[in-house]
Design a protein around this ligand. Structure first.
Ligand code: DP6
Length: 329
């Protein structure tokens, strides 16, 4: 019987400065527009994969549970990996997150990036970063960015082969801190996958698409100039524009909780006091507060004092997924 390697991969999720929202091809997960993000070091997903000829089905556990919808999505991705390798063997997959999943912190991005790297290595494939990004994209759009390190651009592309991510600046290029503010740990009501389907029902979606490429170019220029105050403001405005699409989709997605709004007000108040920080949220209710190292402890302190905040985590710009030897089984 063939022996397959046990592989464990650790990676963080990312936070999008310009968001991916809406798909021009749902099956291939081709996005309506490109996006820009940076990887996070401080929030972690760890995933161990081993293909095993002795198994009669895939055995998947995420955060100690085998939720059927999550297992199905993992098995679908294992099928892609098996097909690529031309192998017909089941796998054991165990994955843990040290941050709340399904709450707007991109756990599917880190989860499927880790699964893609660990799964392909375990089955014996040796893929390039581009190939890994394309493969990961089929499982979850954001995970194609999480394959790369530092500041990352995902070009939308017009085919599967041309839609992948690349690092545009390394992780030590600009020291941005992300104060991750948790206001709730239960799962969000509407998944991102469902939300993408509703994007074009918003009357504002077309308007957003007309200007999105110019916004991407603007964000890249601000990154190039290391202009944190302007890029932070653009990221905050982008987040509000993105949520205006969610709010006006039919049916509408009201992702925010009272705590989310409390954090948004506090961030703007801190700015009035001269503390440079900006919020951005994805499809959930938890908030990323972007700031510089010199303001990080003040921002964290003020977030911890808010009545509706349950936890404050801290992250900085992180690298690509890494292989570790501490296996989960
Ligand atoms: C709102 O990648 O979670 O976080 O491709 O259906 O898995 P699927 O969606 P997902 O999209 C979330 C997008 C976002 C914005 C962003 O991170 O760019």
């Amino acid at each position: 019987m063939k022996n397959y390697k046990k592989v464990t991969i650790q990676t963080g999720p990312d936070v999008a400065l310009i968001k991916y929202w809406g798909k021009k091809d749902e099956k291939l997960r081709l996005p309506e527009n490109g996006s820009i993000s940076f990887k996070l070091d401080g929030l972690n997903t760890i995933t161990t994969v081993q293909f095993d000829p002795g198994l009669t089905e895939d055995v998947v556990k995420i955060d100690g549970k085998a939720d059927s919808a999550e297992v199905d999505r993992v098995v679908e991705h294992l099928d892609r990996i098996r097909q690529l390798a031309g192998e017909n063997v089941f796998a054991r997959v165990t994955s843990v997150n040290d941050f709340p999943k399904g709450t707007g912190l991109s756990s599917s991005g880190s989860g499927f990036a880790a699964l893609t790297v660990a799964g392909t290595k375990s089955i014996g494939l040796d893929l390039s970063e581009k190939e890994l990004s394309i493969l990961a994209r089929h499982a979850s759009g954001t995970s194609c960015r999480c394959i790369c390190g530092g500041f990352v651009e995902w070009r939308d592309g017009d085919s599967s082969e041309s839609s992948y991510s690349q690092s545009i600046f390394p992780s030590d290029y600009l020291d941005i801190r992300d104060v991750v503010v948790v206001v709730e740990e239960g799962m969000k009501k509407t998944s991102s996958t469902k939300g993408h389907e509703l994007a074009s029902s918003s009357p504002f979606f077309k308007v957003r698409q007309e200007k999105i490429q110019a916004k991407i170019e603007q964000m890249k220029t601000l990154l190039e100039n290391k202009d944190f105050s302007k890029l932070g403001l653009l990221a905050e405005q982008e987040s509000l524009e993105f949520h205006s699409i969610l709010l006006t989709s039919q049916p509408s997605i009201i992702a925010w909780y009272p705590g989310t709004v409390q954090v948004m007000h506090e961030v703007q108040k801190l700015r009035e006091e001269g503390i440079l920080c900006f919020f951005t949220m994805s499809t959930g209710f938890n908030v990323h507060v972007l700031t510089l190292p010199e303001f990080e402890s003040k921002v964290s302190e003020r977030m911890e004092e808010l009545s509706l905040v349950t936890k404050v985590l801290s992250a900085k710009v992180g690298g690509a997924p890494i292989e570790i030897t501490n296996h989960l089984f």
